[in-house]
Design a protein around this ligand. Structure first.
Ligand SMILES: [Zn+2]
Length: 182
């Protein structure tokens, strides 16, 4: 296992649509382990292969709460696909590839996702609330979309301006406690 570097906005690799995995084997299994390790180290709730510069449809998620041990709820999903969406929820999202910003994003409140596991088993996952949000957020990454793309232009412009200012100051502003980025 190895920690991977998480690409950050505006890296163009984050805009690329990832390809489906055709053979679930050695390389993908290794990538899944790297993603999980990198996600826990960040720490974050989810991570997509796109975020470490790998253009394949693989995501990991763990929507643990603070008092839960990491790993118990770990999901390793290959070629995930949303097959059902229901309802609406607005969630304050952050992203490991978009440091220093959280913003409310509108998503489906419940989703059904079909995917494959590294053990080559086809599974179906039902997610509500945070899990639904995280699944949609990570699958967006595989399609080359960031949560910024789901914000109004005004909010996006504000974010870019703030990023430029921080870059000029040559530092990242350390702020208080935030929810784990997705
Ligand atoms: Zn993200």
């Amino acid at each position: 296992m190895a920690l991977r570097q998480i690409l950050q906005y505006p890296n163009p690799a984050l805009k690329r649509r990832a390809d489906a995995v055709e053979n679930i084997g050695g390389d993908v299994a290794r990538l899944v382990e790297d993603l999980a390790e990198t996600m826990y180290a960040a720490p974050g709730v989810g991570l997509a292969a796109t975020q470490v510069g790998e253009g394949v449809r693989v995501i990991v998620l763990d929507v643990r709460t603070e008092d839960e041990e990491p790993g118990k709820r770990l999901l390793k999903l290959i070629n995930p696909e949303i097959t059902e969406r229901e309802g609406e929820v607005v969630w304050e999202e952050g992203c490991l590839s978009v440091p220093e910003l959280t913003a409310p994003v509108k998503r489906a409140r419940r989703v059904l996702v079909r995917a494959w596991t590294p053990a080559e088993r086809e599974i179906q996952i039902e997610g509500e609330e945070l899990l639904a949000v995280a699944l949609q957020h990570e699958i967006d990454h595989l399609d080359g979309k960031l949560f910024l793309d789901r914000l109004s232009r005004l909010k996006r412009d504000l974010y870019r301006a703030r990023q430029r200012k921080l870059a000029r100051q040559g530092r990242e502003s350390g702020t208080g406690k935030r929810p784990l980025p997705i």
